[in-house]
Design a protein around this ligand. Structure first.
Ligand code: GMT
Length: 379
C-alpha cells in the first residue's frame, strides 16, 4: 500500500509511535510518506528506500499572526495523495491532523480520488487539549468523519466516548516496542561510572510537562535515597525541568541526581536501571514504561489512564494513586531491598513487554487498513 502518515515529528509519544510504525510498515514492503513540518526525529538515523518525507512549509505573510498550518497541511496532503497515489491517510494525534485530513479527503473526492482517513488517538488530544472548548467541536466532528479510528488503549477508548459525542467505532490497537532496539544489554562499565559504589539506579523519562508530575519523581527519589544508596537519572526536557532541578537541589544530595536532557539512545540508559518511575497525572498508555519494561526494568507508576494495561501491579512493578509519593517511595524501596523480588519483577516486566512486540501489533494495523479500504464507512 501507499500510506501517508501525519504526525508530530517529536522525540517521544505519538511522534515516535507513528515513525516506528512507518518504519515497520516500510520493512514489510509498503511505501510510506511522512507528511509533517519537520523530519521526524527517529527517521534521521539512516536512509530508507521506500520511506519518503514531505515537508509542510508555511509561507510567511505580514497579515498572519499565526500562519495557517492546518490549511498548509491539508494542501500538502492533497498534493502527496495525487502524486504518490496514496491508498490511505493515517493521522496520529487528532489535533489538527484529523480535521486537515478530512479537508484533504473532501478535496480529493471532488477530483475523483477516494483516500480513506484513519485517525489514531494518542492521549492528550482527548484527555487534555481536545476536551477544551477551544477545540472540542472540531475534534468531535473529525473523529466522527474519520473512516477508521483507533486508540492506543482501552482506557483512552473509553475516555473518548465519555468526553465526546462519538458515533464512530473505535478499535484499540496498543502501542508497541521494537526489541531489536529496546533490550537489556551489558553496560557494566557505564553502570560503574554512574554508580561507582553499587548504588541502585532509578530512571525517569518524559517531556517534563505538568501532566508528568516530575516533582513527584524527585520527592520519591529523595525519600528512597535517604534509606539506601541510589542515583536518579532524569531523561528528557520540558517546561518543568527547572523546577525539578531546584527541588532536587533542595531536597536531595545534588550529586545523586543527574538531569541528562533529551537522549537519542534511551535504551542504553535503561540497560543500567533498577526501577523506572512514572507518576503521571494522566497517561493514555505510557510508552516510556513499556520501553523500560522491554529492557527488564520494573516500573513504579501511578494508576492513571492506560498505565494499568501496561504495568501490572505486584508483577511488573507497582501502581499507586496519583500523588501518593510515600506509597511510591515505599514500593520502590521494597523492590530495591529485595533481590529476589527485583529479579522476578525484571523477568515479569520482559514477559509483559513481549505482548507488545512490534511483530504482534503491526499486523493489526495492516489488517485494519485493509478493512477500512475494502469495506469501511468511506468505501
Ligand atoms: O506524553 C505526552 O505528553 C506526549 C503524548 C503524545 O501524543 O505525543 O503522549 C501520548 O501518546 C503516547 C503514545 O501513544 C502515550 O504513550 C502517552 O501515554 C500519551 N500521553 C498522555 O496521555 C499524557
Amino acid at each position: 500500500m501507499n500510506i501517508g502518515i501525519v504526525c508530530y515529528p517529536t522525540f517521544g509519544g505519538s511522534g515516535v509511535v507513528a515513525t516506528e510504525l512507518g518504519k515497520g510498515l516500510a520493512m514489510k514492503g509498503h511505501n510510506i510518506h511522512f507528511i509533517t513540518y519537520k523530519e521526524p526525529a527517529r527517521l534521521l538515523d539512516t536512509f530508507y528506500e521506500n520511506i519518503f518525507y514531505h515537508e509542510v512549509r508555511l509561507n510567511d505573510y505580514p497579515l498572519f499572526d499565526y500562519a495557517p498550518y492546518e490549511t498548509a497541511l491539508a494542501s500538502k496532503l492533497v498534493d502527496v495523495a495525487i502524486n504518490a497515489k496514496l491508498d490511505i491517510f493515517h493521522v496520529h494525534y487528532a489535533i489538527p491532523h484529523a480535521s486537515a485530513a478530512y479537508m484533504a479527503r473532501q478535496i480529493l473526492l471532488q477530483k475523483g480520488m477516494n483516500v480513506p482517513v484513519i485517525t489514531t488517538l494518542h492521549g492528550t488530544d482527548i484527555t487534555l487539549v481536545g476536551r477544551d472548548a477551544t477545540y472540542e467541536p472540531v475534534v468531535t466532528y473529525s473523529i466522527n468523519q474519520s473512516c477508521g479510528v483507533t486508540a492506543v488503549s482501552e482506557s483512552l477508548r473509553q475516555d473518548t466516548f465519555s468526553h465526546f459525542d462519538i458515533k464512530n467505532e473505535i478499535e484499540v490497537i496498543p502501542n508497541f516496542i521494537d526489541f531489536s532496539r529496546f533490550k537489556k544489554t551489558n553496560k557494566e562499565h557505564f553502570k560503574k561510572a554512574i554508580a561507582p559504589n553499587g548504588e541502585k539506579i532509578i530512571v525517569h523519562t518524559s517531556n517534563f510537562r505538568k501532566v508528568k508530575r516530575v516533582e513527584d519523581v524527585i520527592h520519591v527519589f529523595c525519600k528512597v535515597s535517604k534509606q539506601i544508596p541510589a542515583k536518579l537519572l532524569m531523561i528528557g526536557d520540558g517546561p518543568e525541568r527547572q523546577y525539578a532541578e531546584t527541588l532536587a537541589r533542595n531536597l536531595c544530595t545534588v550529586m545523586d541526581v543527574r538531569f541528562l536532557g533529551k537522549q537519542e539512545a534511551v535504551e542504553e540508559l535503561l540497560a543500567i536501571a533498577d526501577v523506572f518511575l512514572l507518576p503521571s497525572e494522566s497517561e493514555s498508555f505510557g510508552l516510556a514504561a513499556l520501553e523500560a519494561m522491554a529492557c527488564e526494568v520494573p516500573v513504579v507508576s501511578s494508576n492513571a489512564g492506560g498505565i494499568p494495561e501496561v504495568n501490572i501491579d505486584g508483577e511488573t512493578g507497582f501502581l499507586l494513586n496519583v500523588g501518593d509519593i510515600q506509597g511510591m517511595a515505599d514500593k520502590t524501596l521494597s523492590i530495591l531491598q529485595d533481590e529476589s523480588m527485583l529479579l522476578q519483577f525484571k523477568k515479569n516486566a520482559l514477559a509483559q513487554a513481549q505482548k507488545f512486540d512490534i511483530s504482534v501489533i503491526l499486523p493489526q494495523y495492516e489488517k485494519f487498513y485493509q478493512r477500512i479500504k475494502d469495506g469501511g464507512n468511506c468505501k
